[in-house]
Design a protein around this ligand. Structure first.
Ligand code: OGA
Ligand code: MN
Length: 278
């Protein structure tokens, strides 16, 4: 199927789709999208305006989807989760964690492969941007000496840590929810099946195994700092109807602040991953 692909800087590509039916149903289209995602890390589909049925169909077409029957998840389309910050609907302080750099599914054995986010209510386009940076590129920019020094380091990732970092006074419900996922030890450097390497960095990263706590935290901070310098970041300004997909294995992301009562609403699906971090 035919797409127009416009490169974004410093990471990502904008995809213009002429035939929506082909995008949702054509077997080749799914392969092309996954291939483009692999090459570009982030794909932006400006104002493609999918509704829930179309978003769910598109995601199922790309691969196996994560489905849940929990607060925030759609009853009709169990792969769709609503991102909203307001009291009535928010999935607890959990959502605030998305304001710090992270990857999705940080404590799972196999990370979700990709996340598909659509902008549904964008009350103020000057806030709530979503930012992305490549963790493949962050690895590539290390010195040879660092590559060697970091090769066997392992890092503890904890949802409770990221919760407490973003919400100093979490509710019991939030803490229980975060603790339900035990901390996970991930390698700092992920050698992917493809042979490419990326850094595994995020707001869930707490300490480096076998390293003094302060020293480990300082190293993680420094690496995060270098990975997310403005010149390495693509910042997406949302318009209603935009869809953005990111490769959750080689990209980290964050939401920029927005009013909790602004009404900003995004619908999200994630694809089940097929490769453990190793
Ligand atoms: C997510 C996420 C960022 C945003 O959906 O996983 O982090 O801008 N969203 O809402
Ligand atoms: Mn996220």
């Amino acid at each position: 199927m035919h797409f127009t692909v416009n490169q974004l800087e410093p990471i990502g590509a904008e995809i213009i789709v002429e035939d929506l039916d082909a995008l949702l149903g054509d077997v080749d289209a799914a392969e092309q999208i996954l291939d483009l995602l692999d090459k570009n890390g982030v794909l932006v589909f400006p104002q493609i305006n999918l509704d829930d049925a179309q978003q769910a169909a598109f995601c199922r077409h790309l691969g196996e989807t994560v489905k849940k029957d929990q607060k925030g998840w759609s009853k009709e389309f169990p792969e769709i989760f609503t991102i909203a910050m307001d009291e009535g609907r928010k999935a607890g302080a959990y959502m605030k964690g998305s304001l710090a750099w992270h990857f999705d599914g940080p404590t799972s054995d196999v990370l979700p492969k990709a996340t598909i986010l659509t902008g549904r209510v964008i009350p103020d386009p000057t806030e709530g941007h979503t930012e992305f940076t490549s963790t493949y590129a962050a690895y590539d920019r290390l010195s040879d000496e660092e590559k060697e020094r970091f090769a066997n380091l392992k890092v503890w990732h904890s949802l409770e840590v990221s919760l407490r970092r973003s919400e100093p006074n979490p509710t019991d419900e939030d803490v229980t929810r975060a603790q339900a996922e035990p901390p996970k030890l991930h390698p700092l450097v992920w050698t992917h099946r493809s042979g490419r390497k990326s850094l595994v960095l995020g707001n869930t990263a707490l300490s480096v195994e076998g390293m003094d706590e302060g020293e480990g935290a300082a190293l993680l901070d420094e690496l995060m700092d270098r990975a997310t310098r403005p010149e390495h970041v693509y910042s997406h300004t949302w318009t209603v109807g935009d869809m953005v997909i990111w490769d959750n294995r080689g990209v980290i992301h964050r939401a920029m602040p927005y009013g909790e009562d602004s009404g900003r609403e995004m619908h999200r699906c994630t694809l089940v991953g097929d490769e453990a971090i190793q």
